[in-house]
Write a protein that binds this ligand. Sequence first.
Ligand code: NDP
Length: 327
Amino acid sequence: MFNALIVEKDDEGKSSAAVQEISEDRLPEGNVTVAVEYSTVNYKDGLCIGPGGGLVRNYPHVPGIDFAGTVETSDDDRYAPGDKVVLTGWRVGEMHWGGYAQKARVSADWLVPLPSGMTTRQAMAVGTAGFTAMLAVQALEDHGIKDGPVLVTGAAGGVGSVATAILAAKGHQVAGVTGRPETADYLKSLGATQIVAREEINETTKRPLETETWGGCVDAVGGAMLARVLGQMQYGASVAAVGLAGGAGLPATVIPFLLRGVNLLGIDSVMQPFAARERAWADIATTLPMDTLEAMIQPATLSDLPGLGSDILKGQVKGRVVVDVNA
Ligand code: NDP
């Protein structure tokens, strides 16, 4: 028997989440069973825990789009009992039972070995948000980061915090956009050199092009903010679009693409092949200072999750919530 956060839907379509003790025979199919140690709270988890159910297709469901732990049993040559592993993406926690449980059963194809030099807790302090932040930074690097500050939107959130720390560790000037001025000291401790108030970038303008300012951008917000940022990019600079915390619409013109050669790079962390996941995790393990990562952690337990799921949807979570599923 083990503990899991189970989300159920009643006859009226209303879902509720509670920690339950369940037996191993209820785990879904898969060739590797993992004793989960840590999971995290991401924006998608908020959707899956919340009353609307969001991305969940079948109930009862165990959310948690990422986890790190130790292999218990394996029918796959790549993993043996005792191996430390990390999982992000592949619709785990959405279509397949996820990491908000003391055990998970998954396909070996979805796992990566724990990067050397990191603990399972540190790997989850990175988690899906941090892994995505690294994919975004690597996409910017692949297209060339220009001189001048790199903008990070939604900076105090999960993706934004890790992107800020990675870019600073790689030697870039980082400008963090936040709607929470009280997080300025926190963002500076992660390496931000400039804090930009959310209202400053959210203000609408009729000008499709403004002063060339940003040498690159990791955008977790989308919507009107992304549209405005496009017109502020330096010639030939790139924006890695990661999220839509501020809206899915894009009220932009084509002018920044035509007259400034701006690149808009879409980042999807879910379906990344093994080689790309390995590359990103290796870069994280060697680049991200572990003491900076520790400063982002907000510890939590399985029973804290319903409240935290609702907080993240309201944009109220700072940094990375790391869930100790055995606490
Ligand atoms: P968080 O909630 O931790 O961070 C989002 C941040 O965006 C908030 O902290 C807030 O930052 C800012 N924000 C929230 N609402 C608004 C708003 N209305 N207008 C402007 N800014 C806002 O979420 P994550 O960092 O985990 O995820 C961010 C986005 O990235 C989500 O949309 C998520 O779904 C997506 N994502 C995409 C992935 C992919 O593979 N493409 C993987 C992981 C996440 P502040 O208070 O500093 O302003």
